[in-house]
Design a protein around this ligand. Structure first.
Ligand SMILES: CC(C)(COP(=O)(O)OP(=O)(O)OC[C@H]1O[C@@H](n2cnc3c(N)ncnc32)[C@H](O)[C@@H]1OP(=O)(O)O)[C@@H](O)C(=O)NCCC(=O)NCCS
Length: 172
């Protein structure tokens, strides 16, 4: 591993919050917007751990909320860099709730956010490479190229014809 590389596990951030009345909707469940706010912070901290400079959120992929998180439960967000590109980083997050009284945990959702590292003039700057180590990290790393192509096409920054890895999914 060279000096410009870091492992995925070095970027891991785990954040825990307690769901209080002001965080909930009228059904007593955590509001999606509040959860996304916490996810944005956890992901930014993970990105900063990887690149060691300030970062901004460039994009947020679609999020599906599988299970509501109830008032009084804890919410855990684990964020890690899944792949670093030139100036941007994809962050993978896994979110679960925990009922401490009845001693069980349940999955809430998974999501990908993209952050860009900035220099002191607010311009994008190069980030270290990411080295995946475990089987799961390698899987996330490999899929990141295709997810990036989807984002850039939707953001009007890439022509579909240039998305080689994405096209390869549909053609032989
Ligand atoms: C994100 C931002 C820094 C990109 O700047 P830019 O001038 O468009 O720069 P570039 O086109 O050179 O892109 C820089 C990087 O961002 C990535 N990027 C740009 N738009 C993207 C998008 N929609 N999704 C994912 N990545 C994106 C590029 O792929 C590039 O990454 P790379 O260097 O690893 O290839 C700029 O658009 C910005 O500051 N946006 C506002 C960020 C912000 O305020 N976020 C908080 C929410 S209000």
């Amino acid at each position: 591993m060279d000096q410009n590389s870091k492992t995925a596990k070095e970027s891991v951030v785990t954040m825990t919050e307690l769901v209080l009345p002001n965080d909930t909707n009228m059904f007593g469940n955590l509001m999606g917007g509040r959860l996304m706010y916490w996810m944005d912070i956890a992901a930014a901290l993970s990105a900063m751990k990887h690149c060691g400079t300030p970062v901004v959120t460039a994009s947020v992929d679609n999020i599906s909320f599988e299970n509501p998180i109830k008032l009084g439960n804890a919410v855990h967000i684990q964020a890690r860099v899944s792949r670093a590109f030139n100036t941007s980083m994809e962050i993978f997050m896994s979110v679960w709730g925990e009922d401490a009284l009845h001693q069980y945990k349940y999955k809430s959702n998974e999501a990908y956010f993209t952050f860009v590292a900035l220099d002191p003039n607010g311009k994008p700057r190069k980030v270290p490479n990411l080295i995946p180590e475990t089987e799961d990290e390698v899987k996330l790393f490999e899929g990141a190229l295709r997810r990036r192509q989807v984002r850039l096409i939707l953001g009007g920054k890439m022509q579909p014809n240039d998305a080689t890895e994405l096209k390869a999914l549909f053609t032989k």
